[in-house]
Design a protein around this ligand. Structure first.
Ligand code: UD1
Ligand code: MG
Length: 461
């Protein structure tokens, strides 16, 4: 366990989001902004994660309650970043290093934080800075004749000359906790915004003879914050670009990395191909050689090697998951819902919906059908338009279709019902009773023809 205590600032208002939802709960890549920061804290083995809440604290704290090992401290009212840290410092231990992060800066990377922490020891404060051609609005890094950091000046307090400085403070710093405690006690709010600035600790460090180190990066996206929906969308784009690059480095072939979205965890084996406009949510695993056609949305699913998902297919396993075996062919326009468990070589065709059902190896439902609460045996052919009537208005019932059954088109299987192995169901049957193995069952009105049928004449006035 490290001696790193992470403090995530999340008490600010987020006015420019124009939203009734707290800013840090807005989603990026399917997860709350704050969640990204908490996960990154996990990657650097922080011994403690403390979130400072304030605006809409109840909503933020409700989300934090589901996060093991994350505590929160309230800042009421919000008098600046230094004031925020003054609320956290009483619960931090002097033997540690405090790493300050922002709940609205979601894409900071663990290796950048490691590099910053390397610069921070018992005597040194370390700042993460960014070299940028557009420093407007940020705190600027002031350096002395030997290039040593001397202070951070906030944009609103800066002179015109200082505003031309292109090295800015990212809002992220690492500082020995015992020093931070002493420096926070010395803050005042005599500045343009009348706030207690955390950034003022830099001048105290310099005054006390503690060298201030800077880890300067040039990847702006790592330290960019979310203040507006436009910035949120831009960071979403940067995040998706990262996901796409990571997967392509592993060998995944994306038709177009700019038209690909992961909102969760996508794990791919070798030789996976993904066409344009696909969205992956929750936990998705694609086995070796899986191909995903254009415009598919796939959530919480495990797809076996060599399976081909054709365009416009929607798969959502929700909490139960969807499992697909090897060499299956799903879609185009298929819909797989929670609890769909498909064996090897299963074919599911257009406008077929499968929910809470298993189809064994080689079973096929190729056109316009509903399979709900059913167990379908090997090699079953489930004809066009067949449905399981699984719901009696109050309860769900099971349908069991044994191996090698052929169900004729447009049949209704009224559950609970069992179709015996190798049987055939005539097209258009409404099957309400179990059918014996090997037999032909026809359950519909008999066809009658009346010869020379005269259609009625139109009546003349
Ligand atoms: C801060 C820095 C600035 C830096 C910039 C980087 C200070 C004084 N300035 O400015 O040098 O370039 O971040 O983005 O620190 N917060 C609280 N309580 C408060 C005020 C803010 O928790 O009372 C939180 C906010 O929710 C946010 C973070 O602190 O997560 C930064 O606050 P913000 O108001 O965005 O600070 P800036 O003025 O942008
Ligand atoms: Mg800000």
């Amino acid at each position: 366990m490290s001696n790193i205590d992470v403090v995530i600032m999340a008490a600010g208002k987020g006015t420019r989001m124009n939203s009734s939802m707290p800013k840090v709960l807005h989603r990026l890549g399917g997860r709350a902004l704050l969640q990204h920061v908490i996960e990154t804290a996990g990657h650097i083995q922080a011994r403690r994660v403390l979130v400072i809440t304030g605006h809409q604290a109840e909503q933020v704290e409700a989300v934090l309650a589901t996060q093991p090992g994350v505590a929160s401290v309230r800042q009421m009212p919000q008098l600046g970043t230094g004031h925020a840290m003054q609320q956290a410092i009483p619960v931090l231990q002097d033997d540690g290093v405090t790493l300050v992060l922002s709940g609205d800066v979601p894409l900071i990377q663990a290796d950048t934080l490691q590099a910053l922490l390397q610069l921070c020891d018992a005597k040194h404060l370390a700042l993460l800075t960014l070299q940028t051609p557009t420093p407007g609005g940020y705190g600027r890094i002031l350096r002395g004749p030997a290039q040593q950091v001397t202070a951070i000046v906030e944009d609103k307090d800066a002179t015109d000359e200082q505003r031309r400085i292109q090295e800015i403070y990212s809002g992220i710093m690492a500082v020995p906790t015992h020093l931070l405690r002493a420096w926070l006690a010395r803050l005042d709010n005599r500045n343009a915004q009348g706030e207690f600035y955390l950034t003022d600790v830099v001048k105290f460090a310099v005054a006390d003879g503690n060298e201030v180190k800077a880890h300067c990066i040039d990847q702006a996206w790592q330290v960019e914050g979310v203040n507006t929906p436009v910035q949120l969308a831009a960071l979403e784009c940067a995040y998706q670009h990262l996901q796409a690059n990571r997967l392509m480095q592993q060998g995944v072939r994306l038709a177009d990395p700019a038209r690909f979205d992961v909102r969760g965890d996508l794990v791919c084996d070798r030789d996976v191909e993904i066409d344009i406009n696909c969205v992956f949510e929750g936990k998705v695993h694609l086995g070796e050689g899986v191909r995903i056609g254009a415009n598919c949305v796939i959530a919480n699913a495990d797809i076996g090697a060599g399976t081909h998902i054709l365009p416009f297919t929607h798969i959502d396993g929700e909490t139960q998951g969807v499992q697909i075996g090897h060499g299956a062919r799903i879609g185009p326009f298929a819909r797989l819902r929670p609890g769909a468990t498909l064996g090897d070589d299963v074919h599911i065709g257009n406008f077929v919906e499968v929910k809470n059902s298993s189809l064994a190896k080689g079973a096929k439902a190729n056109h316009l059908a509903y399979v709900g609460d059913a167990q379908v045996g090997e090699r079953v052919n489930y004809g066009a338009g067949v449905i399981t009537a699984n719901y009696d208005g109050a309860n769900k019932h099971q349908t069991l279709i044994e191996a090698d059954v052929h169900v004729g088109s447009n049949s209704v299987l009224v559950a609970p019902v069992t179709l015996g192995a190798g049987g055939t169901i005539g097209a258009g049957s409404v099957v309400t009773k179990d059918t014996p193995p090997g037999s032909l069952t026809v359950a519909r009105g008999k066809q009658v023809s009346i010869p020379n049928w005269q259609r009625p004449d139109k009546k003349n006035k």
